[in-house]
Design a protein around this ligand. Structure first.
Ligand code: IPD
Ligand code: CA
Length: 309
């Protein structure tokens, strides 16, 4: 195992691969401008979230009494979408945004270039002042993720990755951990916002089985986007969840892959962004070992209602 204390003190948490500068911009790269702009927009959105956290936060609920939403989630999503429309034109791209979908917009990934946005990932953390909150912005073309940006706005860390060009935290290249022995791993899992007894039982039964392997530890930051960045920079070996949404994980998926990690379905099959099931890991060995323990329960796909709710 090559986890080192000095690495974990580095600016982006762990496993920084030197001070490599990002790739030079090439004219043939059609999405570079969109990528650069996404970083600017994520930073602006994060500043809004930090500012909003200083005033009183008014909380409402969505799918259940523990599925929280605030005016800030809605406002920040509007800021992001309006900024992208102003920059690139109102009809150039499609949008899938957590709060737009909650308000009845369709959640379908088509071949059209599409922004996938979670304005405040970790809303419960935001409401409680638990210090992990992220803005997550991804971009897909022909259903393939091209880039992802996750701004962990309270830590002021900008994670980003462009397909084929590596993953970065601020200016530093990041890489997954090289641990292949599950006994030396830290695994992240979350329990989401569905408290139905059958699901809670399966989630905790899975966690028990993983703890008993045993692993070094189980963790959870309360934001799926940040959890994936922790896999990408080698602080943990894996993060899995059932019941997450495409906007929670789209940007993180590119970042994990570009940091050398893998994504799979919870049954070991190929990762499907709209399935609401995901295992992200540093390597196949760790992923498959976790998959052996996962108790699968049914979740409705994100694109189950193509015309919106
Ligand atoms: C939630 C977070 C959490 C995950 C939930 C998500 P939200 O997103 O990512 O870590 O466990 O499944 O819904 O509601 O804070 O945007
Ligand atoms: Ca989210």
């Amino acid at each position: 195992m090559s986890r080192s204390f000095s690495a974990s003190l580095a600016k982006c948490g762990a496993r920084v691969v030197g001070n490599q500068l990002e790739e030079p911009v090439t004219m043939e790269d059609p999405w570079q401008r969109a990528y650069d702009f996404a970083v600017l927009v994520a930073r602006k959105a994060g500043a809004e979230i930090r500012k909003a956290g200083e005033s009183e936060i008014r909380v409402s609920t969505k799918s259940s009494t523990v599925d929280l939403v605030t005016k800030t989630d809605e406002r920040v999503e509007k800021i992001i979408i309006n900024s992208l429309k102003e920059e690139f034109g109102a009809d150039t791209y499609s949008f899938i945004g957590e709060e737009s979908v909650a308000n009845g917009k369709p959640c379908v990934l088509t071949d059209k270039p599409t922004w996938i946005i979670d304005p405040v990932d970790g809303t419960t953390n935001f409401v409680h002042g638990f210090p992990f909150v992220a803005v997550s912005i991804a971009f897909a073309v022909k259903k393939e993720l091209e880039f992802g940006v996750v701004y962990s706005c309270l830590e002021d860390k900008m994670y980003k990755a462009r397909k084929g060009k590596g993953a970065f935290c601020d200016q530093e290249k990041i890489q997954v951990s090289d641990v292949a022995d599950i006994h030396k791993s830290i695994i992240i899992s979350e329990h989401g916002t569905d408290r139905s007894p059958e699901k809670v039982t399966k989630i905790f039964s899975t966690m028990q089985k993983i703890l008993r392997i045993p692993v070094h530890g189980l963790r959870g930051s309360g934001t799926a986007a940040t959890n994936m960045c922790l896999v990408a920079c080698g602080s943990v070996e894996a993060f899995f969840e059932m019941g997450i949404h495409c906007w929670d994980i789209a940007a993180g998926a590119v970042i994990v892959r570009e940091a050398g990690g893998i994504l799979l379905d919870v049954d070991g099959g190929p990762f499907d962004l709209m399935s609401r099931r995901m295992v992200s890991a540093n390597n196949e060995v760790i992923a498959q070992r976790i998959i052996r323990e996962i108790e699968i329960f049914p979740v409705e796909r994100d694109d189950a209602h193509p015309n919106g709710n």
